[in-house]
Each structure stands twice: as C-alpha cells, then as structure tokens.
Design a protein around this ligand. Structure first.
Ligand code: FES
Length: 164
C-alpha cells in the first residue's frame, strides 16, 4: 500500500514537472512571438521614407579649385570643374545605369568603372553605352563666399559659368 502511494506520488511529481516545463516553454514561445509581433508592428507603422541629404550642397571655397581642374566630390556625386570661363558642375552619376564615374587626369576624361562609358570634361559622351551626357548642375557663390551646387537643378551644357 505504501509502495503504491509512493509510486503515485512519483507519477504525480513527474506529471507536474512536465506541466511546469510545458507552461515554461509555452510562455517563452508566446514571449518570443509577442516580441516579433512588436518589432514587425513598429516597422509597419514607421514611415517608409528615405532620408537623403538636401539637394543644395556647399563644395567649399572657390580657391581650392585650380583653373583646368575637374574634381570629383564623391560625397555628393558631382564633379566641380574650373575652366578659364569660370566654374561649372556636373553630375558624376553615369547616365547608363547610375554608377559613380571618375575623373582620369592622365587621359583627361571622365570614365565610368561599371561598363566603360567615357565622357569629356564637359560631360559629353565619347563612348557608350551611356545614352546621355552627364548633366550640368546649377552653381553659384553664396553670400559667405562658398561655391554652392544644386543637384536637383540641371542646365543646358555650357549655358552658365560662375565667376569667383
Ligand atoms: S553604369 Fe556607367 S557605363 Fe554602365
């Protein structure tokens, strides 16, 4: 009789341990699922926008650009060029598939590293596959004497040179 009682007590302990484990695993699973739902809920409710820098950028003092230079400013994806007539700026984003092109001083041309398009210093295409020239961008000197470029405002090529 006592032996049967001990056996029942052991069975009861084992069953209640299983129940405790079941509750623990269930609670943990619910916690993980709840956390996941919170993360996805937050991502769903937060606005789906890109925070891009403003289109108008300062590229520094005009004196830092020598006459005859073409300078890539990779931060903004633009070239700042200075010629005898003044300053102009070009988008450095290749018109083929949007790679950032580079100025090659040794050959005096702008080269796209992705598919090999080349451009003159004024953005004219000299070899494809780029379908369009690099666009000219609006340039001016700010009140505090910095060279400013509006990356959202394009101009016809050779239409404007800014004097420092
Ligand atoms: S992206 Fe420049 S040549 Fe293709």
């Amino acid at each position: 009789m006592a032996e049967e009682r001990e056996k029942r007590a052991a069975d009861y302990d084992r069953a209640s341990l299983d129940r405790r484990q079941f509750v623990k695993v269930g609670t943990t699973s619910l916690g993980v699922a709840g956390l996941g739902a919170c993360v996805f809920g937050f991502r769903y409710l937060s606005p789906n926008v890109l925070y891009e820098p403003p289109p108008i950028v300062s590229v520094g003092r005009p004196e830092r650009y020598a006459v005859g230079s073409v300078t890539l400013d990779a931060r903004f994806g633009i070239f700042v060029a200075r010629v005898q007539e003044g300053f102009y700026a070009l988008s450095a984003v290749c018109t083929h598939l949007g790679c950032l092109s580079n100025w090659k001083a040794d050959t005096g041309e702008i080269v796209c590293p992705c598919h090999g398009s080349t451009f003159r210093r004024d953005g004219t295409v000299t070899s494809g596959p780029a379908p369009e020239p690099l666009p000219w961008l609006k340039v001016w000197i700010s009140d505090d004497g910095n060279l400013m470029v509006d990356r959202s405002a394009t101009l016809p090529a050779h239409s404007e040179y800014v004097q420092a």
